[in-house]
Design a protein around this ligand. Structure first.
Ligand code: F6P
Length: 547
């Protein structure tokens, strides 16, 4: 019998419960229960997860946990960790958890303990990153390599970009990291303008080694290097991170200069693998391994903790509650830490590429919403951009607030002001301000009766906007690893509830195919394809402008 998620009893019960919860104000729940924050928060190491500012009661959590149970989440988590081929459309295991399995317990795929090759690559990464950092692996002309350029896109870019920035304080002072991802020639040109070929190491990062953006950028950089230093310099200035040895050879990079990973590592889950080489060079392998340890701690927590106290499980379920029952399709991620400013972009790929799916495991088109629109940016900056809509828009937008108690830059009272802001935003979004309260404030401020009546609605806030708050001690490699792994597992939990495959990405193919077909039309006079009239006229117009 096929299981249709939104028809099961646990789902229907949540629908009924939600109807009642829609009438309840969060501020009332807080006013009625002094213990609410304590009841609805969890802790792992120094990370506190407060989810009390959601439209939930103990009953809600009971019903959500029941949903997780009947969806078989416990068994699904075990399947992932033990290397079952849960990526069922591509028949692959999903083992980013093995990449950071610091306990080194064996993990088998097709009878092979993959920890052996994972540890070999980690050792190779240590040797190479240290040789670069200490100037033992030099450029062709004997100079130290101080410009590290990662060429990759999507999962082969977003993790390293985010981590190198998040852990900037741990970076070697004489190493400069650059990232080229976009096919837009500007991305390449802007980096190449800044660097010196003699001191540059290009890291070509591509799981498949067939991605047009990465290969085109890598070819341009290769030509730039050869024009300056000659063909023989390539071996000293280019390394590859890939699962595809043949394609790496074809490109002209010696497989000895290749750091391998495997098809059981999804692109957007690959930061912990060889794809992290630019991170390791930037912050050192010891710190890279601390990041793995933090992620491993979250993995063990996810695997071994009962669901009621399991941070990624609760986070995922709260997301389901907001999305599928309250109809809130988006989620703002707002780290109050400048160094975490690339986290929202990273989570955008992680969540939207993983769970933006419309066919279930049962091979049916789903009849409920999947995926969440993720966006965000660093606080307090974004308080001055999209927060107006959070406070007075017509649809609530759930928010994840992230704040370290201690900043890496304790300058004057900056951090206290930052903390005051994050706490104020969460409270304001939850509590809001009624029309009556707004009127009384206006009257107290000496406004006339007419002004009070005119302004009171404009000055009111609906409140009742859900948010989660994460407090950590400091953004260090370990904590950062924990945080990212937590979001990975949140995505997993939601994929299980929605009965979809969170580990393929066929949705990116159609646009790629069509771009390949349009390219010759832009480059020459070929008109092989019948386009809709809009696309056809756009092609003609652009060609005319470029003439
Ligand atoms: O956008 C699709 C995608 O396949 C992502 O999943 C992946 O992270 C990115 O392209 C880059 O792929 P590759 O590492 O194979 O170049």
């Amino acid at each position: 019998m096929k299981c249709v998620v939104n028809k099961i009893r646990a789902w229907k019960r949540l629908e009924r419960h939600c109807k009642k919860m829609k009438k309840i104000e969060m501020r009332k729940l807080f006013d009625d229960d002094n213990e609410r924050a304590k009841k609805f928060s969890l802790q792992l190491d120094n990370m506190l997860f407060d989810y009390s500012k959601n439209r939930i009661t103990e009953k809600t959590m009971k019903y959500l946990l029941e949903l997780a149970k009947v969806r078989g989440l416990e068994e699904k988590i075990k399947e992932m960790f033990r290397g079952d081929k849960i990526n069922f459309t591509e028949h692959r295991a999903v083992l980013h958890t093995a990449l950071r399995n610091c306990s080194n317990t064996p993990v088998y795929v097709d009878g092979e303990n993959v920890m052996i090759k994972i540890n070999e690559v980690l050792a190779k990464m240590r040797k190479f990153s240290e040789a670069v950092r200490f100037g033992e692996f030099k450029g062709y002309t004997g100079k130290k390599l101080t410009n590290i350029v990662n060429i990759g896109i999507g999962g082969s870019d977003l993790g390293p970009v985010m981590a190198v920035e998040a852990l900037k304080k741990y970076r070697a002072k004489d190493i400069n990291n650059y990232f080229i991802s976009n096919i837009d020639g500007t991305a390449c040109a802007e980096v190449l303008n800044k660097i010196d070929p003699e001191t540059t190491l290009f890291i070509v990062a591509s799981k498949t080694f067939t991605t047009i953006e990465t290969l085109t950028n890598a070819k341009t950089c290769r030509k730039w290097l050869i024009d300056a230093l000659g063909e023989h310099a390539v071996a000293k200035h280019f390394v590859a991170l890939s699962t595809n040895t043949e394609k790496v050879k074809e490109f002209g990079i010696n497989p000895e200069n290749m750091f391998e990973f495997w098809d059981f590592v999804g692109g957007r889950y690959s930061m912990w693998s060889a794809i992290g080489l630019s991170i390791a060079i930037a912050i050192g392998m010891d710190n890279f391994e601390k990041m793995l340890e933090g992620a491993h701690a979250m993995d063990l927590h996810f695997l071994n903790t009962d669901f009621a106290h399991n941070i990624p499980v609760i986070l995922g379920l709260i997301g389901i509650w907001n999305n599928n029952f309250f109809g809130l399709r988006s989620n703002a991620v707002v780290p109050y830490d400048q160094y975490l400013r690339y986290l929202p972009a990273y989570l955008q790929q992680l969540e939207m590429e993983s769970n933006g799916k419309f066919v279930s495991k049962e091979n049916e088109f789903v009849k409920y919403n999947t995926g969440t629109v993720v966006f965000g940016g660093p606080g307090t900056d974004v308080q001055h951009s999209f927060f107006q809509m959070l406070h007075q828009g017509t649809t609530p937008i759930p928010v994840d607030f992230i704040i370290p108690a201690i900043s890496h830059n304790e300058v004057g009272s900056h951090h206290q002001i930052l903390v005051a802001n994050v706490l104020a935003q969460g409270e304001a979004l939850m509590r809001g301000k009624t029309v009556k309260e707004a009127a009384s404030e206006l009257a107290k401020a000496g406004k006339s009766k007419e002004e009070v009546n005119f302004l009171k609605k404009y000055k009111s806030f609906p409140g009742n906007n859900p948010s989660n708050t994460f407090v950590v001690k400091k953004i260090d490699p370990y904590t950062f690893g924990m945080l990212v792994a937590m979001y990975e597992h949140k995505v997993f939990v939601q994929g299980v509830i929605w009965d979809i495959n969170s580990f393929d990405q066929f949705g990116v193919e159609l646009g790629k195919e069509m771009a390949t077909a349009i390219l010759p039309e832009l480059q020459g006079d070929a008109f092989g394809i019948t386009h809709d009239s809009s696309t056809a006229s756009l092609i003609r117009y652009i060609k005319r402008l470029r003439k």
